[in-house]
Design a binder for this molecule. Structure first.
Ligand code: ATP
Length: 439
């Protein structure tokens, strides 16, 4: 092997005021290469539990897996780069972690899976780091260690995607980004279905350019490195850029929704999926949000579909007894509101029959009869036939909903949301990092 295997991960380097953890990863990767290091995987951009309340934006953390000539020098360089490149003191609480090993310990992989859908304390992360011989350094309150270990333990051996991120020069940060919409439309059309969430055709919205002061010019998402790398030549941005890098990522994979939740013991801020029945008729509230109760093995809970997802009109067509699977994030309960399952996707598994209760039809002429009063039977208005024993009848109503999967409109997608066109083209296995020895 050419060098010493070193896994490097960090998180929580940015604040709302600016900076960006991926930008730091871009610079650190380039600094490491200048020191003679060889990256053995694409830089990883790992999105963790999106329900963490103290995240800045998309709860992203990064990991670089490299062969380095001098691990001591590489560690010192990265530690200093994270300290100097972080918004410490104005909201960032960085954690940077290093592991010298050919393999990623199972305990670290398990921690990563946990951080994807649950809430970890810094202390829990420290224990895992110590057990796995991970060296680390934290700044501020050190919460960034959770994300750093979450990224390091994520091998992305199954489904994954890629994102090309292009960065602005310092002097341009804070100015509006000029992106030619027609070129984004063309790129999205020409590369469909191998790129995703770059343009929201339903709303005519460009999704690749953020709006904040951070250094990201654009981020282009897709299925493979080649297709996302082809974006810059098609988009031809006029702005001179600092550079770009392709990340391998769990974005667009629903990785946070893989664990089935038990409604009897569901915790605030967790994520997962629930197979359940609709218990109460969904009701639309002010703002167009729809709430209804669901039941799983006698446990009841309130579920919500928010208006921006575009799924509210689907939810209002649900009826008690319908079987559904929902991908959810659990909103914390307050003194005013109970815990709520915030729905991220809705799959209608089966529809319950719904009936209208109607007066019986006349046995003589077939017209609808009229009640003669309580327990007095019915009479036909048309032919006057009387039937004292006739009963109300149940007539099955046509359902205006079809079974199948319903997912939010792209502009309401979270980074981890699997877009509709990815269903069926997920990567199954074999793409992930499987140890330095195999490279
Ligand atoms: P950006 O998307 O701009 O990188 P961000 O949304 O990733 O920002 P951070 O500033 O990185 O936000 O803050 C997220 C914080 O939450 C980090 O400290 C990270 O370690 C922590 N964190 C991530 N996942 C979990 C988890 N499952 N449990 C507890 N803390 C977590």
């Amino acid at each position: 092997m050419a060098g010493v295997p070193l896994h490097i991960a960090f998180d929580d380097t940015d604040s709302r005021a600016g900076r960006c953890t991926t930008h730091l990863a871009f610079r650190v990767a380039s600094g490491l290469k200048d020191m003679g290091a060889k990256l053995v995987d694409y830089p990883l951009l790992i999105r963790l539990n999106p329900n963490i309340p103290w995240k800045t934006r998309g709860n992203g953390a990064v990991c670089l897996r490299a062969e380095v000539q001098d691990p001591g020098r590489a560690v010192d360089y990265v530690r200093q780069a994270v300290e100097e490149g972080s918004a410490i003191g104005s909201g960032a609480n960085p954690g940077v972690a290093f592991l010298q090993s050919e393999k990623v310990p199972e305990q670290l992989q398990k921690f990563s899976a946990f951080a994807m859908c649950d809430v970890s304390s810094r202390q829990m992360a420290e224990k895992v780091a110590q057990a796995c011989s991970v060296q680390y350094k934290t700044f501020g309150n050190g919460q960034g260690l959770v994300g750093a270990l979450g990224a390091m333990g994520c091998l992305l051996g199954g489904d994954h995607t890629f994102e090309l991120i292009a960065y602005r020069k310092q002097e341009n940060c804070g100015t509006p980004r000029v992106v030619d919409e027609s070129r984004v439309v063309r790129f999205s059309k020409e590369t469909y279905p191998f790129t995703f969430n770059n343009y929201d055709a339903n709303h005519g919205r460009v999704l690749i350019a953020p709006h904040g002061p951070d250094p990201v010019f654009i981020g282009v998402r897709g299925e493979n490195p080649e297709v996302v790398s082809s974006a810059l030549s098609i988009l031809q941005p006029e702005e001179e850029l600092e550079g770009s890098v392709v990340f391998r990522s769990n974005q667009g994979t629903n990785m946070h929704l893989q664990a089935e939740l038990d409604l009897r013991a569901v915790k605030a801020y967790t994520a997962g999926f629930v197979r359940c029945s609709v218990k109460s008729k969904p009701a639309a509230m002010e703002g167009g949000h729809v709430f209804f109760e669901v039941e799983q093995q006698n446990a009841l809970m309130l579920a919500a579909v928010y208006e921006p997802t575009g799924l509210a009109n689907v939810a209002t067509k649900l009826e008690p007894g319908d079987r559904i699977e929902i991908g959810v994030g659990v909103r914390k309960g307050t003194t005013k509101h109970p815990k709520v399952l915030n729905i991220e996707y809705l799959s209608v598994l089966s529809l319950a029959p719904v009936y209208d209760v109607q007066n019986p039809l006349c046995k003589m002429c077939g017209a609808r009869m009229k009640s003669e009063g309580r327990n007095k039977g019915y009479q036909c208005d048309k032919c006057k036939f009387r039937d004292p024993h006739a009963q109300k009848v149940m007539v099955e109503k046509e359902r205006l909903l079809k079974t199948g999967l319903y997912i939010p409109t792209p502009k309401a997608h979270r980074h981890l949301t699997k877009p509709v066109q990815r269903y069926g083209i997920e990567k199954i296995a074999g793409g992930g990092f499987s140890g330095f020895a195999s490279y």
